[in-house]
Structure formats: structure tokens, C-alpha cells
Write a protein that binds this ligand. Structure first.
Ligand code: 4NP
Length: 160
């Protein structure tokens, strides 16, 4: 089983959406017994909360149901997951800083490095912005999750 952890700041907007978009692709490609997803935040502030209501509203319009409950990333996540996907460069740096010995640095990746259509480096934080920001998060995630899925399938084929 390949395990992916999506990570943003609060774990209530971007990473729960990444998890849901990826799960939809996994379902559509009949890969549910091969790839599993989870999400976490680099801060604990929203721990125990469902996804942001605005994010949920925009996700539902595209058929994604955000079911995750916020939690903070923890040290054993580095062991448990094969890919730790940061939504932006700040979170990427903060995740790497938790891995003090640098043992797991090859598992930590930037979400937008997998995008096919978009050249943005970050999935921007939509929390303090307007409606358009939530739509743009979903646009970026649909692109980058497809790229990530293709990357994983290719790696898997190369190993066979
Ligand atoms: P997320 O969005 O990192 O995509 O979940 C945010 C959620 C909460 C805060 C910032 C960003 N906050 O400052 O509380």
C-alpha cells in the first residue's frame, strides 16, 4: 500500500481538499487497494475541527466530500507515509524542520511540483481571502493530484 499524507497549515482547507481530490482519482482508477490518503496540519490550532465550511461548500460543488477531522502532523507520520506532500513552501520548510536528522527528507515533496498545467509553486492559503481563492485551490489540486497519481503509477510500474 502506498500512503500519502497531504499537509497544509491548519488542516481545514487545502490538505483536506487534496485528500478528497486524490481519493476521487483513486476511486475512479480502481486503485483503492493500492493507494491510501490522509491529511494533517503543521499547526495544532484547529485540531478536532471538520474542514472549513467555505472550503466544504466549494468542494461539494465539484463532487468532493470533505470528511477529514483536523490533526497536527506528528513524528511517526514520517515512518508511516511514503509521500508527505506540502501545500506550500513555508509548510515544506516546517515539515523538513521536524525531521531533525533529515532521515525522511526524500519523502517530503511540494504539491505543485506534480502539477501538469499550472506553474504556481504554492497552493495559496485561501483562509483570509474570498470565494475565488477556494475555487483556485481546487483548480490547482485537481491538476497536481492528477500529476501525483501519474508519478506514483509510473514509479510502481518501474519497480515491477
Ligand atoms: P489551511 O488554511 O492551511 O489550508 O487549512 C488555513 C487554516 C487556518 C489558518 C490558516 C490557514 N489559520 O490561521 O488559522
Amino acid at each position: 500500500m502506498i500512503k500519502i499524507l497531504f499537509v497544509c497549515l491548519g488542516n481545514i482547507c487545502r490538505s483536506p481538499s487534496g485528500e478528497a481530490v486524490m481519493n476521487a482519482l483513486i476511486e475512479r482508477n480502481n486503485l483503492r487497494d493500492r493507494i491510501a490518503c490522509d491529511s494533517a496540519g503543521t499547526i495544532a490550532y484547529h485540531t478536532g475541527e471538520p474542514a472549513d465550511a467555505r472550503m466544504q461548500k466549494h468542494a461539494i460543488k465539484r463532487g468532493y466530500n470533505l470528511t477529514s477531522i483536523a490533526r497536527q502532523i506528528k513524528l511517526n507520520d514520517f515512518e508511516r507515509f511514503n509521500f508527505i506532500i506540502a501545500m506550500d513552501r513555508d509548510n515544506y520548510r516546517n515539515i523538513l524542520a521536524l525531521d531533525v536528522e533529515g532521515k525522511y527528507k526524500d519523502k517530503v515533496k511540494l504539491m505543485m511540483d506534480f502539477a501538469i498545467e499550472h506553474s504556481d509553486n504554492d497552493v495559496p492559503d485561501p483562509y483570509y481571502g474570498g470565494e475565488q481563492g477556494f475555487e483556485y485551490v481546487l483548480d490547482l489540486l485537481e491538476d497536481a493530484c492528477l500529476g501525483l497519481l501519474k508519478h506514483i503509477v509510473k514509479l510502481d510500474l518501474e519497480q515491477k
